[in-house]
Design a protein around this ligand. Sequence first.
Ligand code: ARG
Ligand code: ZN
Length: 856
Amino acid sequence: VVIHRHAYRPPDWLVPTIALDFALDPQKTRVKARLQVKRNGDHNRPLKLDGNNQKLLAFSVDGQDAQSQVKQEKEGLVIALGGEAHTIETEVEISPESNSQLMGLYASSGLLCTQCEAEGFRRITYFPDRPDILSRYTVRMEADEKAFPVLLSNGNLTLEGKSENGRHFALWNDPFPKPCYLFALVAGNLAAYRDEFITQSGRKVALAIWVRPDDVNKTHHAMNALKMAMAWDEKVYGREYDLDQFNIVAVDDFNFGAMENKSLNIFNSRYILADPDTATDADYDAIAGVVAHEYFHNWSGNRVTCRDWFQLSLKEGFTVFRDQSFSADLGSPAVKRIEDVRSLRAAQFPEDAGPLAHPIQPDSYIEISNFYTATVYNKGAEIIRMMHQLLGAEKFRKGTDLYFERHDGEAATCENFVAAMEEASGVDLTDFRHWYHQAGTPELKASLKWDGATKTSTLTLSQKTAATPSQPEKQPVVLPVAIALIGKQTGKNLIGEQLLTLTKDSESYRFENLAEEPLLSINRHFSAPVTVENQVSPEDLAFLSANDDDPFARYEAMQQLMLDFMVARVRGEQVDPKTVINAVEKTLTNKDLDNAFIAEAVILPSENMVGEKLDIVDPKRIAEIRDDLRKMLGQTLEKLWRQAYQSCERPSYQYTPEAVGARRLKNVALSYLAAGELADAPSIAWLQFEKADNMTDRRGALDVLVNGFSPEREKALTAFYERYKGNALVIDKWFAVQAFSTRPDVIENVKKLAKHPDFTLKNPNRARALIGSFAHNARAFHDLSGEGYRFVTDMVIALDKINSQTAARMIAPFGRWQRYGSDRAEMMQDALKRILSTPDLSRDVFEQASKSLLPN
Ligand code: ARG
Ligand code: ZN
């Protein structure tokens, strides 16, 4: 069944309150539910309750057994009802232990926990599972006291006590009406790291992060991030926390990053647990970002929720924008922007350019889980960011104030958000709305003409969005383009920063009385999520990379320079690497730049980014060209890499922005020394590996060694495994590092690893570490033998039986077949066809594989 955005209808029946009673047990849990239902509007349609994977034991209406009134269908119950209001009671049996989908109530290393978004609640009890039904929840849960000493749910704990047979119970009451996707429950042997936060109005909030007792000492970073996020949301958005408790639980088996259940956030343990020995600096950043993200959902998601799942970007795009801004304020805004754009380009641009392209508000879906995408999340965040620029910070804040005030306690739409922005600011956003419904990344063309006689420059901007599936015609979108003109002689910014708003296909802008001929600094701080086509010579790019006063634009100029060079080489053109090498040298030796920025700027654009510039992608050739340039840079700038490496060494581990930046540059320098095949590179890496007092350095060394053939490689892999065996999150890294290797034998090794006793498809982190990583290792995945395709296909088919959501997320790389030569394209299509011919395929995988086969 295909669900369409325009087919939305308000619910026929509302459920103002629900009382749940759980008799918890890993094999057989009994769930009693009492729903007060109320007819919504004038109609005589039956009440429909969604439900699957559960056994109905009892059913009554207004206290009377009503088995005869109810029709049991495959996807739920249909109940014919007269009158206006009724009490519906059900009792069902479910089995958490056999729930390998990890949706609904499931078991994870001895814990019982839930994941309901988007449609998991219907796997727990019969209920109208849609986000526009808001109910007050009371929850009673009972379990064996020894096995499950801690019992948590949403809201406030109102009572706890002992019951029979060594069991105990807890009663929870959530005063805020919420959609069922925000329901949560956790039971298990957990220990808490506690703290508190006093809100701006003086409410004292008890904070707790619940983990396995051994892991309590790894929760301090997450707790700090939580408190900073709470303070930040008060300061920047005026949003205060609204209950006396806020709980976070970390679990090992989780389909995604984390979940914002009201006052009971549940996390993938990789986004909570950290200490210097086991987590990299990137892990620390991700933890702070995700903790903030889930906390921010309390307002953007929970207090104001989504009317239907086509509004998903309402909460996700906005909340990603909020967590990105938080992280930027915490550290270096420029470096954070570079990282966010890097991941947008790596994950979202390809999505927008392939057969799975969809707008941030899709028109239809088969399985909503497939739309928790980089487009809905990250492009969604860019669209909010553009409004922030068009309105300015102050009016944007007025807009969010109005939005929160007007829709508090409601299930809202993206249109509600834009309307609030528009009303509060007085800025007309009529045309801006196209962003919500149009897929595809716009291409922005820029050309700057200089008239020396009149000292005038004319800038022409034009835009075009390529057709995407089911959207052959595209309209121009509103593009806020931040520009500056940089003097070609002096390197000075001649006009300051200007925000041009391109609304039409094409427009020209004149700049007069310029002191000298300028170069164009365009799309500064990545003001619009577009690709820029701008013919600039390598010399001018090098000049901009050294002189532009916007750090992001500087980074861009450098990336463009490197990218143009590699693309020309792949095309077989003769190009001189001197300009690239000199630009890297200048950046490396620029005393005004900080280490974190330098590290970002000197990393070459990815193989995929090179591929996006070519009509036909040849991954092998791209890899060779890129390796070649890395080798050349490693060798010609050897002295500078060694210097950078040494100057970034620190006597001992610290977690400060300065120390993080130094580690980043040190490891980039090491990777260039290795790329340059310098004889002592493996021994430097091994030394770093051995004496490291933190995971960033240990992992950095391993990343380098794993690509080579030195004896140190095997030593390091073995030592790493021995040191960390039993620590799932670190062993995930051990699998991922090997799956990302550039060695030609990576496929054999990955197949071996799939048989390793520590490998399992049941744990999503582990499956992603090996298979997900490998599918993104372009040269290996696309090997002409077809072995890479075959391996991933086998794994997807096997995983679909266990966890279809996680399996569906591994299909996208096959969908890019149209970009490859016919040899690869045919094998990729065959892989998709083989997946589709598998009996009993899930909806999730069916949707992704069938759409991936369509030409675009
Ligand atoms: N709302 C969660 C978050 O972004 C993610 C939930 C993912 N669920 C899903 N079915 N894809 O914080
Ligand atoms: Zn979210």
